[in-house]
Design a protein around this ligand. Sequence first.
Ligand SMILES: Cc1ncc(C[n+]2csc(CCOP(=O)(O)OP(=O)(O)O)c2C)c(N)n1
Length: 332
Amino acid sequence: MSAPVLAHLRTEFDRGLCHRFLYYMLMMRELEERIELKLYRQGKVVGGCYTGRGQEAIPVGSAVLSQPGDWLTPSHRDMAALLIRGITPREILAQYMGRATGLTKGRDGNMHMGCAERHCVPIISSIGASIPVAGGLALAMRYRGESNIVFNYSGDGASSRGDWHEGLNMAAVMDLPIVYLCNNNLFAYSTPLDKQMNVCDIVDRVAGYGIPAEIVDGNDVLAVYEASKRAVEHARSGKGPYFIECKTFRMSGHSAHDPADYVPNSLREEWSRKDPILMLQKYMVEELGADERDFVNVRKQVLSEIEEAVDWALEQPFPDPSTLEDDVYESI
Ligand SMILES: Cc1ncc(C[n+]2csc(CCOP(=O)(O)OP(=O)(O)O)c2C)c(N)n1
């Protein structure tokens, strides 16, 4: 974070908002760690486990700006966006454990979760596929005369997919109200950025579609929030889509089974100094007079909510086999 940016932000980032950021970032970090480091290893998680460790500032700094009627299409690194939309740790844990009270009613055991009532599209495994879905949602809202917008989340690897390009182009020519948040965490699974594209930044690709775009420090929740505000204003005022490339780093493997040996140690060390939670806490101490006790209290609250939710989820039933064909549709 550079000094001029902080000076500019000081008036708006009061303690209340920063505490909200901290709560959601810590909740995502601790909940994912509980799932990956304990429940997954204890065999309680039915499927895979993909975390957004180190990337928490991106869903938090953006999704807090969403309004109830907006739609979100999060990626597998954006658990905090679900939390902000009101999806609870209980529901997330029951989902990971494949329980009947999970978001997919036990039909899936990992992060393919969403909730129509809370306007969160379930995470789509096929990367890039959420881009045209976001376009469809935005178009549907326009036909219905609704003035809400869509928040779309994807990774750098998704930008190498054809549907990403088609979806962006369509959104641009139709002026669709979409805020794109790209988490550029330098790797698509094990493939580093320079092995998947011949330009330096994702925004270089976006430029070809005539969509306004900017690059932000994706580990700085204040910067993500500020950029998202610009993007949201742009989309809500009918000016069309807006793209934010968030430079960040995946502080874990691609998923729980991946030790990520392909990531150089020097890179890990460099980014460990930019942990987004520590960056926010530093700002709160230096600019807002917060102290260690504030952070301990937020962490205590988060941990106690998680423990309560874990106990609850472990008691939940698995789906009754007789419900196997419920919610199954045939397309003709
Ligand atoms: C179309 C498609 N190809 C391959 C995969 C396997 N896969 C899952 S996540 C992933 C990497 C995604 O990279 P990126 O879009 O940068 O997101 P990140 O995981 O880094 O957040 C790959 C290759 C997939 N899910 N979908």
